[in-house]
Design a protein around this ligand. Structure first.
Ligand code: FES
Ligand SMILES: [Fe+2]
Length: 437
């Protein structure tokens, strides 16, 4: 357990907060590209507690500016998208995508007051189906060379979902390798052929006879190792099979708020848990295929069936008990909340409360990733307060990372088995997935 003061320090990300200052050193996912496809490409975006509006002007350029008009605070999410910018409907002030006020049509002819008016604006870039915002000072860093950014657009599918809780508890479920054997336990196994686009429904390379659901169910006490890396943490969970083989599952945390995890034999998920404000967060997932192009239509349909738009709030949520069915809980799933594992995770993190009261927690041996991450976040906050850049920093050279399930033969070095499996997958990948040695 930790003090309330430390819990606040780790979880609050509004302007000027220690963790918020750290977050503002990294690109954050602001919206899906899909959200700007309509006839009027303007969407309100709340990010790190700041109310903003994202728009694409007639030239196709993106802008992300303060949602409140610098004149008297009207809501620019209802602005008129015209003349290569957004015009406030209250008195007609017009802003370009840099936030500069370029016209005040109600002011006297020849007035130059607009030259001194500038709305807060942040750099944005569009990549892999997501629009990214950089909310820090100075020039933004390059995006890291993660697989999801290196893969061609045909091989990456992006989606998002709203969780009504603080970002840190959402991240902390992602760096907890033990929970998959319980929270996501399926009491019966399905045909892996039905598992496309669904996590934990595939088989494992090298042990096709063992459904992933059975493997997780039968081995609830993985040996967990956590290693510091240039990008964050690498987490390895070993499940020792009775015949001497070892199931190796490698997942990662990419500092400060993303994870990279295997989804199936052909896909990984890179998932950001980005704060909307202190009591809500979005997961943004980039599904990256190392084999065939992703079937975006099918994956989008699967997920749209589970979410309300435009909020992307899951249809199963606390207002309908997450679909909880005690009969199903006895027969089919550990939670009784259906087969979508996102709902399981959502229940786990939302049920903790808007911000988990960590003064009452009791971390155990399986929580070593959580401990390591909090330590890294504290070090980054200390660095920023000392005027330094927070480690780890992103940029070229942050490649991969290894993220997979594999089976190490009896007596084999499991770490080498994981590296070999990663090399083999990258060598067979239709796009250039090689990483520097
Ligand atoms: S409040 Fe926007 S122009 Fe007046
Ligand atoms: Fe999970």
């Amino acid at each position: 357990m930790i003090s309330q003061a430390l819990n606040d320090r780790l979880t609050l990300t509004g302007p000027g907060t220690p963790a918020g200052r750290v977050m503002r050193h990294y690109w954050m996912p602001a919206a899906l590209s899909d959200e700007l496809l309509g006839a009027r490409p303007v969407v309100p975006v709340t990010l790190l507690g700041e109310r903003l509006v994202l728009f694409r002007d007639e030239a196709g350029e993106l802008g992300l500016i303060d949602r409140h008009c610098p004149h008297r605070g009207a809501d620019l999410a209802y602005g008129r998208l015209e003349d290569c910018g957004l015009r406030c409907p209250f008195h007609g002030w017009h802003f370009d995508r840099t936030g500069q006020c370029v016209e005040q049509p109600g002011e006297p002819e020849g007035s130059r007051m607009h030259e001194r008016i500038r709305a807060t604006a942040y750099p944005v870039t569009e990549h892999a189906g997501v629009i990214w915002a950089y909310m820090g000072d100075g020039a933004p860093p390059p995006l890291p060379d993660l697989d999801c950014f290196r893969a061609p657009g045909t091989h990456v599918f992006a989606f998002k979902g709203l969780w009504e809780c603080n970002w840190l508890q959402a991240l902390e479920v992602g760096i907890d390798p033990a929970h998959a054997s319980f929270l996501h336990r399926f009491l019966q196994d399905e045909d892996p052929a039905d598992g496309y686009g669904k996590q934990f429904r595939d088989g494992v390379e090298g042990a096709a006879e063992i459904p992933m659901t059975k493997l997780l169910r039968d081995h609830p006490r993985p040996e967990i190792m956590v290693d510091d890396t240039p990008y964050g943490l690498s987490l390895t969970a070993l499940r020792h099979l009775p015949d001497g083989r070892t199931h190796v599952r490698v997942t990662n945390q990419v500092f400060p708020c993303a994870i990279v995890i295997p989804m199936s034999r052909e896909m990984t998920i890179t998932q950001w848990h980005v704060p909307v404000d202190d009591s809500r967060c979005y997961w943004f997932s980039l599904f990256t295929s190392f084999r065939a192009p992703v079937d975006k239509v099918r994956m989008r349909e699967q997920r749209l069936a589970e979410h309300h738009l435009p909020s992307y709030r899951p249809k199963k949520n606390r207002t309908n008990d997450y679909g909880y069915d005690p009969e199903e809980q006895g027969r089919e799933t550990y939670t009784g909340m259906g087969l979508d594992i996102n709902v399981h995770d959502q229940w786990a993190v939302e049920g903790m409360g808007a911000i988990q009261d960590r003064t009452k927690e009791h971390l155990a041996s399986t929580d070593k990733g959580i401990v390591a991450n909090r330590r890294a976040l504290r070090a980054a906050m200390d660095a920023v307060e000392a005027g330094e850049a927070p480690p780890p920093s992103h940029g070229p050279g942050i490649a991969g990372p290894i993220s997979l399930d594999t089976i190490a033969p009896a007596g084999a070095d499991w770490a080498e088995a994981a590296r070999q499996a990663d090399r083999a997958r990258r060598a067979a990948c239709p796009w250039d997935a090689t990483v520097p040695a």
